[in-house]
Ligand binder design. Structure first.
Ligand code: NAD
Length: 335
């Protein structure tokens, strides 16, 4: 089978995980990753066997550090069928002319706005809409987590409205520039937060508003979700719907915090402690008339990773059925 040639531009928190997940599939392969500097992450990428590409002015610095760059970022893009842009939010937009000049397909992440691609993606919600597209944005970690729970409930029960409060991790574990911190920050103070409109970039029919607080943790986000539906239901009905979704995991057995979820991810030997699924406390699912509530935890570093693989598969038309792509991606990464 000829594999789709994938370049990962920006090899940080998301990029390194996307590269490994792509490499685990049998219908796509990583032809290169980009690093701006020859730091420890570049050294590990080199050891893992990835071809490293660098900005033209930094290629010499890689040579000096003993990890020969395979070429410039422009050269990497020329060799690819599709580039997954995992540069920091706001930077990806500047790369668009580069991708268009090379005639490659491109995926951006949730740090960019919907308009960059004109199509925002979540595998469980709108896989088929991404088939054959040249440009796609994979929505952020929080939006992915919300779409994964809203879509199946909307299909089964009809969603009347969704109200969410998000407790957001303040920084990723390696992000020393943003810490140390000791505060709870309404973010933003002016309500609602941007997460509701972002969900509507995938699910425009959903009435949703959100509020968010930044809290001093690096592990995960926690959402308090309240949904009003059009159909009478019980907590068991909700559990059955969530239980049918492969990227939703129920947590219990004494797991009462995000710290224990990450310990659990370590125990089940997930790479980098990644928890690709939404983690819902089944015990928290409470129904009041046609309204229900629950808590879910979202691992910001990894939840969008399988979504990127599915977006590639849809854009490259390697699989036309979203459910089959989800299953294939999950199996290859060990989910
Ligand atoms: P990051 O800072 O961890 O990684 C970005 C990488 O891109 C770094 O290695 C950086 O050196 C590199 N880079 C910077 N400028 C570059 C350029 N011009 N060309 C090539 N590489 C460049 O960022 P991240 O957390 O991985 O975020 C990437 C994207 O994913 C953002 O849009 C972000 O909003 C989104 N996202 C992040 C998270 C998260 O929690 N970290 C979750 C979901 C989505």
């Amino acid at each position: 089978m000829v594999k789709a040639k994938i370049a990962v531009n920006g090899y940080g928190t998301i990029g390194k995980r996307v590269a490994d997940a792509v490499q685990a599939q049998d219908d796509m392969e990583v032809i290169g990753i980009s690093k701006t500097k020859p730091n420890y992450e570049a050294a590990v990428a080199h050891q893992l066997g990835y071809d490293i590409y660098a900005p033209a002015e930094n290629v010499g610095a890689f040579e000096k550090a003993g990890m020969r760059a395979a070429g410039t970022i422009e050269e990497m893009i020329e060799k690819a069928d599709l580039v997954v842009d995992c540069t920091p939010g706001g930077i990806g937009e500047g790369n668009k002319p580069l991708y268009q000049k090379a005639g490659v397909k491109a995926i951006w992440q949730g740090g960019e706005s919907h308009t960059i691609a004109g199509f925002s993606f979540n595998a469980a919600s709108n896989y088929e809409g991404a088939l054959g597209r040249d440009l796609v944005r994979v929505v952020s970690c929080n939006t992915t987590g919300l779409c994964r729970v809203i879509s199946p409930i909307d299909r089964e029960l009809g969603v009347k409205k969704v109200r969410v409060t998000l407790a957001r991790r303040a920084a990723d574990p390696n992000d020393v520039k943003k810490g140390p911190i000791n505060a709870i920050v309404p973010d933003p103070i002016k309500l609602p937060s941007h997460h509701g409109p972002d969900v509507r970039s995938v699910l425009p029919q959903i009435d949703i508003t959100t509020a968010a607080l930044k809290i001093p943790t690096t592990l995960m986000h926690v959402h308090t979700v309240n949904m009003e539906v059009n159909t009478d239901c019980t907590a068991d009905d909700i559990k059955k719907i969530f239980g049918s979704q492969s990227r939703i995991r129920f947590v219990g057995q004494g797991i009462s915090s995000t710290a224990e979820i990450i310990e659990f991810a370590r125990d089940i030997r997930r790479p980098r402690n990644d928890m690709w699924e939404n983690c819902i406390w089944a015990e928290s699912i409470t129904v009041h008339e046609k309204e229900f509530y629950f808590f879910q935890a979202i691992h910001q570093e990894s939840i969008v990773v399988p979504e990127n693989v599915d977006a590639i598969r849809a854009m490259m038309e390697l699989e036309s059925d979203g459910a089959k792509s989800i299953e294939k991606t999950n199996k290859a990464i060990g989910l």
